[in-house]
Design a protein around this ligand. Structure first.
Ligand SMILES: [Mn+2]
Length: 245
């Protein structure tokens, strides 16, 4: 099982293609193929804030359909799914860019994009268990004792992290540093909280290096555990990066 796990894309389509090329995939009919049969995997949060959320949705839908990638959703994916269901969701925290892109499409394309995203989302597990369960890919991470479970408390943890329910002065939720206390043998790869450099602690890897906030888009090669990155084309927003160490 050889997989290249990619962090939160958030509509950064150009960086995604650049990263996949840097990982030595070649494009055949717009699909990335690796000569060693490697596959891609995504930690979720494909859309919102960046310039090309719709292209990212369509691309990853095609990858998963063609058995070239694994995908597990993030909180932005969950919100977009509820938006496509017709639920009342606030068009904020980045959804406004995806909403604007979506509304600019002709009705026929809107129907296709909506259907494809819903198929992608509904077919995805809450978190991925790969390599005979030795590799867990979960959007905001997962506690060791939650692995194997999918109830609501697990869903909240996987999508939002170890939140306390409190908010910081800037409105961001207060999150506990679950990775610091993780003692499991399974490797956990996650994203959700932007960090300036890939954070490796206790067999956990945070690979969200804040591409949409001007950081980098990162991939973790498994089982080699090598990091491959491309720079972002977006303006750097330092206050969006976590201070965990
Ligand atoms: Mn997220």
């Amino acid at each position: 099982m050889k997989v290249d796990i990619i962090g939160d894309v958030h509509g950064c389509y150009a960086e995604l293609l650049a990263l996949i090329r840097k990982l030595d995939y070649t494009f055949e009919n717009h699909l990335p193929i690796h000569k060693d049969g490697r596959k891609l995997a995504f930690v979720g949060d494909l859309t919102d804030r960046g310039p090309h959320s719709i292209k990212v949705i369509e691309f990853i839908y095609d990858l998963v359909k063609n058995n070239l990638a694994f995908y597990t959703p993030g909180n932005h994916c969950n919100k977009l799914y509820r938006y496509f269901l017709g639920n009342k969701v606030q068009i904020s925290h980045g959804l406004e860019t995806t909403d604007a892109e979506f509304k600019s499409l002709p009705t026929k394309r809107q129907k296709e994009v909506r259907k494809n995203f819903m198929v992608l989302y509904e077919g995805a597990p809450l978190y991925l268990q790969l390599d005979d369960g030795n590799l867990i890919i979960a959007h905001a991470g997962i506690r060791e004792d939650y692995i194997g479970l999918t109830d609501n408390k697990v869903k909240t943890f996987v999508l939002y992290g170890d939140i306390t329910g409190e908010k910081m002065p800037d409105g961001r939720p207060v999150r506990r540093d679950w990775a610091k206390h993780y003692q499991g043998k399974k490797t956990i790869v996650y994203g959700h909280t932007p960090v300036r450099e890939v954070r490796v602690i206790n067999n956990t890897y945070n690979i969200d290096t804040g591409c949409v906030f001007g950081g980098k888009l990162s991939a973790l090669k498994y089982p080699e555990m090598e990091i491959v990155q491309v720079p972002s084309s977006m303006p750097f927003v330092p206050e969006k990066f976590s201070e965990f160490d």
